[in-house]
Design a protein around this ligand. Structure first.
Ligand code: ADP
Ligand code: MG
Length: 272
């Protein structure tokens, strides 16, 4: 499915020559990337390659060192206030009920909407309970509901299924896909699981050494993805590429490599 051609409530996301350093440590080096409204993009790469930093820049938790970062709605206006994040740990307030956790925020709580979004993540019977009595998967669904409260234009998911057991993880993946199809937000999912990346995304980005080393389009129709041989082939290419990148950097951590030593031939022009 070509998501760029469908109607969408999602925002356009664009990075232009974006750089991020922490002191002397250069973490992102010239990211050029354009994500169409409503597209689902997965970000993979080895630990420490800058995936979370990319997401933290998008939601304003970090500021770029150089370059441009744009989040624009259909009229071209800044839509950064509509960016929401779900982290690996659900980050709920233990002394607040499920409903209160979802209604939290600077605006006046809209409890009716809170109940609706909790229903949409399958938790309508748990609204008055406290996070401590929920399972890990249910807590993560509360975090998703909280992110959905204010009609997100962009949903950032930073390894949101990482702490879930295998079956709960499959359920959570299905739920995220269903919510994405329903709400049409632009989605960026960081995951270490390549099968998950190709299962959910329209496009998979491989980050290596602070750059987008390669991009993979996933053109298999969503309804045919589970168990698809074509999907397995794409996943294998992504994995091969990750191992290629890792072996060529085996003795170098991203921060120990001066930018001049990084081969530009690996970087595929982004901005598609
Ligand atoms: P990933 O999510 O791909 O595992 P991160 O984006 O979390 O990687 O981190 C990339 C690099 O940036 C790491 O070397 C990490 O130590 C460094 N880093 C991230 N945040 C900070 C920070 N606030 N201060 C200093 N270094 C940081
Ligand atoms: Mg991370």
């Amino acid at each position: 499915m070509n998501n760029s051609s469908r109607t969408s409530g999602g925002a356009l996301v664009r990075f232009e020559r974006l750089e991020k350093s922490f002191g002397q440590r250069s973490v992102l080096r010239g990211i050029d990337l354009s994500i169409e409204p409503g597209q689902f993009v997965a970000v993979v790469g080895r630990s420490g390659s800058g995936k979370s930093t990319l997401l933290r820049l998008l939601c304003g938790l970090e500021q770029p060192s150089a370059g441009l970062l744009l989040v624009l709605d259909a009229s071209g206006a800044d839509a950064r206030s509509g960016v929401r994040v779900v982290f690996q740990e659900p980050r709920l307030l233990p002394w607040q009920s499920v409903l209160d956790n979802v209604c939290i925020g600077p605006q006046k709580p809209d409890r009716e909407r809170g109940l609706r979004v909790l229903d949409s993540v399958g938790l309508s019977d748990r609204v008055h309970e406290y996070p401590g009595v929920l399972s890990g998967g249910q807590r993560q669904r509360v975090a998703l509901a909280r992110a959905l409260m204010h009609q997100p234009s962009v949903m950032l998911l930073d390894e949101p299924f990482g702490a879930l057991d295998a079956l709960t993880r499959i359920e959570a993946q299905r739920l995220v896909e269903q919510l994405w199809l329903e709400h049409r937000f632009t989605a960026l999912l960081v995951t270490h699981d390549v099968s998950e990346a190709v299962l959910l995304a329209d496009r998979v980005l491989l980050i290596d050494q602070g750059r987008i080393a390669e991009q993979f389009e996933v053109n298999v129709p969503r309804a045919e993805r589970r168990g698809s041989a074509e999907l397995a082939k794409i996943a294998a290419s992504v994995l091969d590429r990750i191992f290629d990148a890792s072996s060529s950097n085996a003795f170098q951590t991203p921060e120990s490599v001066p930018p001049t030593l990084i081969s530009d031939t690996k970087a595929v022009p982004a901005g598609t």
